[in-house]
Design a binder for this molecule. Structure first.
Ligand code: ADP
Length: 272
């Protein structure tokens, strides 16, 4: 017999397929006519279940747009998005809201904790709102893994920035969503607190089987991921698997035309 403790089940429907989310020929355009901006240009991507994916690319390359479309926070102009086997493009607002609430977790740069609630109350709030009872065993495992056991009664202002973000991560994990999306989740933290949160995200993938997709500018943050996707001008132009921070940095520098002082590299990337 299998138990929930040995095989993490993420969400309800479709939780066992190998692909947690898919984009198929996704186009996202803003505006019309001369002001039309194509933020995503026929993007195809599969997000693997139980893995940690980072999305990188220069500012304006479409990272946030891709994440928002995958998470059902934004609509696409054309193409399809699936969460597991459910096509979310074309879902009516109410169904989409319910799908996001039941199957997707979010961690934003601003921790979005309620100041008057304790850490524990913040963690269980989304489930309380949804009228779902937290699985006590799972909750204590999440709290232990995040290292918050001694601080559950604290209010956010009694916690450091790193601890507050760990509360936000625990809040996302507590409901056992199929995917957690993070938008620069360590963007507001100093490097030590950032490392603490990233280490925890990594651990939740390795030990709890969580699927995570994170947008980041930071090569060190990206080095925690299993897979790094690179966007440029609304397209996925490259990817790396389990890279080091230096490898990510080198890749970024290559895309931006070389190290600033490398005047011997021309626009096509050839050295003279
Ligand atoms: P990134 O996250 O990589 O910085 P974005 O996804 O935010 O990039 O943006 C991609 C492109 O879409 C940019 O050119 C941006 O200016 C444009 N864009 C994003 N959101 C909007 C919006 N709400 N209205 C108009 N243009 C937008």
């Amino acid at each position: 017999m299998t138990s929930a403790a040995t095989i993490p089940a993420h969400g309800g429907t479709g939780g066992r397929t190998a692909v947690a989310a898919r984009a198929r020929q996704v186009v996202k355009a803003y505006g019309t006519g001369e002001t039309r901006v194509v933020a995503l240009d026929h993007v195809d991507v599969d997000i693997d279940r139980g893995r940690f994916t980072a999305i990188m690319g220069p500012s304006g390359s479409g990272k946030s747009t891709l994440m928002h479309c995958l998470a059902g926070l934004d609509t696409v102009t054309s193409g399809q998005i699936f969460v597991a086997d459910t096509e979310i493009t074309g879902l009516k607002d109410k169904k989409l809201t319910r799908l996001r609430r039941d199957r997707i977790g979010f961690i934003f740069q601003a921790f979005n904790l309620l100041p008057t609630l304790s850490a524990l109350e913040n963690i269980t709030l989304p489930m309380d709102i949804a009228g779902r009872k937290p699985d006590r065993e799972w909750l204590s495992r999440v709290v232990d893994t995040v290292g918050l056991s001694g601080r559950l009664a604290h209010r956010p202002n009694q916690l450091s920035g790193g601890q507050q973000q760990r509360v936000a991560v625990a809040r996302a994990l507590a409901a056992r969503p199929e995917i957690i999306f993070g938008d620069e989740p360590t963007g507001n933290l100093d490097s030590r607190a950032g490392a603490e949160v990233l280490g925890f995200l990594r651990q939740s993938v390795d030990e709890l089987g969580q699927t995570i997709v994170m947008v980041t500018h930071d090569p060190v943050a990206a080095s925690y991921a299993d897979r790094v996707l690179y966007l440029a001008d609304g397209r996925i132009v490259d990817e790396m698997h389990s890279p080091t921070a230096d490898q990510v940095l080198d890749r970024m520098l290559l895309f931006s035309g070389g190290r600033p002082q490398a005047t011997d590299v021309d626009a096509s990337g050839r050295t003279s």
